[in-house]
Design a binder for this molecule. Structure first.
Ligand SMILES: *Cc1c(COP(=O)(O)O)cnc(C)c1O
Length: 459
């Protein structure tokens, strides 16, 4: 029955070996068009099955031309991150074991590793040990789950049972968000029936940091159930909201404080950057990603909640939180999923293999590399639009068309990959340094390529 599997995995393993040998040297961009990929993979649904080795062979051929080397050392697009070796290998085990991380009974291993990993993550991020943890698919779902907990808690305080009675007729909730919030906050509010147009957008400064005094003023205009959404790590600038001041304002008002720390949370693990996140330990909920800067494979987001009862009530059918002594933890009670991947296992492996010191070094190194990009590009005469406080660098090459043309030239060149963004009305190229395998030499090669492309476009 299973005797053919090892040979098949050997094929995958052989490809993985070549993939990693060539990853640092290959062009970062993909080389195939969608037409080419469709021609090699598409056509009608096969009537008869093909031999598994042929299927895997076809995928490998398509993968060689259709993938972006985003796992590699010179991909600086979005905020992506790669996978540290132990996390990748653990992910293979997860697929091999095919555990359902739904309940303890489904998989004692998955349930127990979630607990261990959850406590390590709280420790690493400087969050209170009492915070409950859920492993979701990504940052968006982490924001969604956090805000579902918030919705439960603020309405319960107002005497309303959202799970039983829904939103019809519920007391209105005031929601204050940083005007520079990530768009998944808006999407999460929409999914939760809280309405994207109902948010009060709190002004941010030129780095995208919420103005705490504006929040305090806005909160004074509210009286009912209230949620504040702050941010640790703006997706463009990397800037942090003044979390301590925001926590003061939220606490005084009795509002729920949610912090989106998709990638910024990990600054807490790095001694030179931990001050940026100070105050986050006072949040009611925190959303983060492990698949970004913690460098584990997709998909892995994290939701942490200071009110475990609210967390369970919002996510499970248990009306009230009663954990019988000695009862085992069922992971699905903390997430909007039932059957699910044992995604904590690669996180466990990443944390074990890096240790506290390794995570700190990863974060500090990437931040230092971001500062190097900033310094070199400024010295070459280009405008860096943000204060480089973390791992994000925004560069303008002149007029919007000039910046777009430069980005296209850099992507085509293939030495590295950076994407476009718009920051407070200005078109920019965003460099996000978030991969464990990026060396200082990769940074210098990328700087050379960027400057070379920018100058040739300017000519
Ligand atoms: C990436 C990101 C998200 C969304 O996370 P996904 O894992 O892509 O769903 C949310 N907030 C911030 C600040 C982010 O950078």
């Amino acid at each position: 029955m299973y005797q053919n599997i090892p040979a098949l995995l050997d094929i995958a393993h052989g490809h993985a070996r070549t993939w990693f040998e060539t990853l640092p040297a290959r062009p970062v961009r993909a080389s195939a068009s969608s037409e080419q990929l469709r021609a090699s993979l598409g056509g009608p649904l096969p009537e008869n099955g093909a031999p598994p080795a042929a299927v895997i062979g076809a995928l490998i051929s398509a993968g060689n031309v259709g993938t972006v080397a985003s796992a590699g050392p010179r991909y600086f697009g979005f905020v992506v991150g790669g996978s540290v070796p132990a996390a990748l290998a653990a992910d293979w085990l997860v697929s091999t074991w095919d555990q359902n991380a739904c309940t303890f009974v489904h998989s004692p291993l998955a349930s127990t590793i979630e607990q261990i990993t959850g406590s390590w993550l709280r420790d690493l991020a400087g969050l209170p040990p009492a915070m409950s943890v859920g492993f979701v698919t990504g940052g968006h779902m982490a924001n969604f789950t956090s805000l579902a907990c918030a919705r439960h808690a603020v309405l319960r305080k107002a005497g309303w049972d959202i799970e039983a009675d829904g939103l019809n007729g519920a007391p209105p909730i005031d929601i204050c968000v940083n005007e520079e919030s990530h768009y998944t906050i808006v999407l999460a509010l929409r999914l939760l029936g809280l309405g994207s147009a109902r948010m009060r957008k709190i002004p941010a400064d030129e780095q995208g940091r919420m103005r705490a005094n504006c929040l305090a003023t806005a909160l004074r205009e509210t009286s009912g159930p209230c949620i504040v959404c702050a941010q640790a790590g703006n997706v463009n600038t990397g800037a942090f909201d003044p979390l301590s001041n925001i926590a003061d304002a939220a606490q005084e008002r009795g509002a729920w404080l949610h912090v989106d720390g998709a990638f910024g949370l990990w600054a807490a693990a790095a001694p030179q950057h931990a001050h940026l996140v100070r105050g986050i330990e006072r949040a009611d909920s925190v959303a983060s990603d492990a698949h970004k800067w913690l460098n584990v494979p997709y998909d892995c987001g994290l939701v942490l909640c200071a009110d475990e009862a609210a967390h369970r009530s919002a996510m499970s059918l248990a009306a009230a939180y009663i954990l019988a002594t000695g009862a085992e933890r069922d992971p699905h009670e903390f997430v909007p999923e039932e059957s699910r991947r044992a995604r904590a296992i690669p996180v466990y492996a990443a944390l074990c293999s890096l240790g506290r010191r390794g995570v700190a070094e990863l974060i500090e190194r990437n931040c230092r590399q971001a500062r190097r990009f900033c310094e070199a590009l400024r010295a070459a005469g280009f405008a860096v639009l943000n204060e480089v406080v973390l791992n994000q660098v925004l560069v303008s090459f002149g007029a919007p068309e000039q910046t777009h043309a430069t980005i296209a030239a850099i992507q085509q060149d293939g030495t590295c990959w950076c994407g476009a963004t718009v920051w407070q009305g200005r078109t920019a190229m965003r460099i996000s340094v978030s991969n464990w395998s990026t060396t200082d030499d990769d940074v210098e090669r990328s700087i050379d390529a960027i400057i070379r492309c920018a100058r040739s476009v300017a000519r």
